[in-house]
Design a protein around this ligand. Structure first.
Ligand SMILES: [Zn+2]
Length: 177
């Protein structure tokens, strides 16, 4: 028995065992560049499952390279459930924030706009099929991460999506200036 160490593309060592030195080296040569460590093999398995799960859940197929798609599919599966819970959790906090500069009689309109805007944004996010977008959003696979994804989009489109809030903020800022 002889052992040779080769390396996974992630850098983890993989020990190849052969009947003797020659055999071990020959096997190592054959496996070099394609062998995966246990962690990478598990991840590849999870990603394949993610694609199958997504298809059975009726999610749109992702666009990207053969390498990006399974990775993005597993990230999407982690993030999607958060789109169901985070907006509702955000709404009350955001209404409190805007109450500081919004007249009480306009607060209900502002709340409705905000609720609609949050729903619209997560609907749009759910429909994104660009694998790269999901991969770039992978750090968002947490409540905090999803909240900041949504907030960024909301801020970018505040004037159109939540005009009551936008106007109230502008008036408030003009008054304190
Ligand atoms: Zn690896």
């Amino acid at each position: 028995m002889a052992k040779t160490t080769i390396y996974c593309e992630c850098g983890a060592p993989i020990v190849v065992v052969g009947r003797n030195r020659r055999d071990a080296d020959a096997q190592a040569r054959k496996l070099a560049g394609t062998a995966q460590c246990d962690a990478c093999r598990r991840r590849a398995f999870d990603q394949k499952n993610a694609e199958a799960l997504a298809a059975s859940a009726g999610l749109p197929p992702l666009d990207g390279t053969a390498r990006q798609v399974p990775w993005a599919a597993s990230i999407r599966l982690e993030i999607l459930p958060l789109f169901d819970t985070v907006p509702a959790a955000m709404l009350e906090g955001m209404v409190e924030e805007i109450a500081e500069f919004t007249a009480p009689e306009r607060l209900e309109a502002a709340r409705l706009e905000l609720a609609d805007a949050l729903a619209l944004i997560v609907t749009e996010f759910r429909a994104i099929t660009d694998a790269e977008w999901w991969i770039e959003s992978r750090n968002g696979a947490s409540e905090y991460g999803v909240e900041s994804l949504i907030r960024k989009e909301l801020e970018r489109r505040e004037e159109i999506l939540t005009p009551t809030v936008w106007n109230a903020r502008r008036e408030f800022l003009a008054a304190v200036r």
